[in-house]
Design a protein around this ligand. Structure first.
Ligand code: CDP
Length: 240
């Protein structure tokens, strides 16, 4: 007789008492920066993201213009006191990477062909961080783009799924991200488009099986459906 040993995960209970598939409490608000063409705040637990959209405006210098479609430009940054260790102000490798992946996550939802030779600038700031800032930034940016009236094909929502030892959890926080036992922690930020359900962002550092990845997609889809409803509700409240 072969006895198959199934090793239990070392992560058995969430540190903040949430269920494995539970998102942190969410808040969404539109119009937080009156001078921007569109703006929004998205908060999940202690992570706060603010997004401001300016444009479409004619792009300068002229040689950077694309006569076939507009350009989406994202600038992501964390405020120096957003975490307990002060962050050096100004761009870093991490902020440049997040700006780029956010640009790629948002580009498929914007009707860029509708405004050639122009640029839409999206500024994302993180005043308070407790993990999941890139996905919170995307959620805020989508609302800010819609608030600005930028033509959009569909909306998008993003979430980070964590793999803590062998356990998958939704909306990982910083304490969970620091989990070191067993296989340690991996976070998987995912952005899902609202109608086509296409994935415009997927990042993964670490090892994961195909079976686990299928579960990640299912958890992300369910979480993004919930987030989408909150984004739509906030936009409806201001008549968008
Ligand atoms: O924020 P996100 O999960 O998208 O990106 P990350 O690079 O995986 O960072 C995870 C978390 O680490 C951030 O949300 C912050 O809470 C924290 N962090 C930090 O304390 N100091 C930094 N220089 C960068 C991130």
């Amino acid at each position: 007789m072969v006895i198959k040993m199934v090793e239990k995960s070392k992560y058995t209970k969430r540190m903040d008492g949430r269920k494995f598939d539970e998102i942190r409490p969410i808040e969404a608000k539109i119009g937080v920066i009156p001078s921007a063409d569109g703006s929004a705040m998205f908060k999940t637990g202690d992570t706060v993201a603010i997004a401001a959209v300016f444009g479409p405006r004619v792009l300068h210098p002229q040689h950077m213009q694309n006569p076939e479609k507009g350009i989406l430009r994202v600038n992501y940054g964390m405020m120096p006191f957003s975490v307990s260790d002060r962050i050096r102000p100004g761009p870093s490798r991490r902020s440049q990477e997040i700006s780029k992946v956010t640009e790629w996550a948002l580009a498929p939802i914007v009707e860029l062909e509708a405004f050639p030779n122009t640029v839409v600038d999206v500024f994302i700031q993180i005043p308070q961080a407790d993990a999941g800032t890139r996905v919170a930034g995307i959620n805020a940016a989508v609302m800010a783009l819609a608030h600005a009236g930028v033509p959009m094909k569909e909306m998008a929502s993003a979430i980070s799924i964590g793999k803590l030892d062998k356990t998958l959890v939704v909306d990982i926080n910083k304490d969970e991200e620091d989990f070191r036992e067993g296989e340690g922690s991996t976070d998987i930020p995912i952005c899902i488009l609202s109608r086509s359900k296409k994935i415009s962002l997927l990042q993964l550092d670490g090892k994961i099986s195909v079976k686990e990845m299928k579960k990640v997609f299912k958890m992300a889809k369910e979480a993004c459906t919930k987030i989408h409803k909150v984004q739509v509700k906030a936009l409806k409240e201001v008549g968008r």
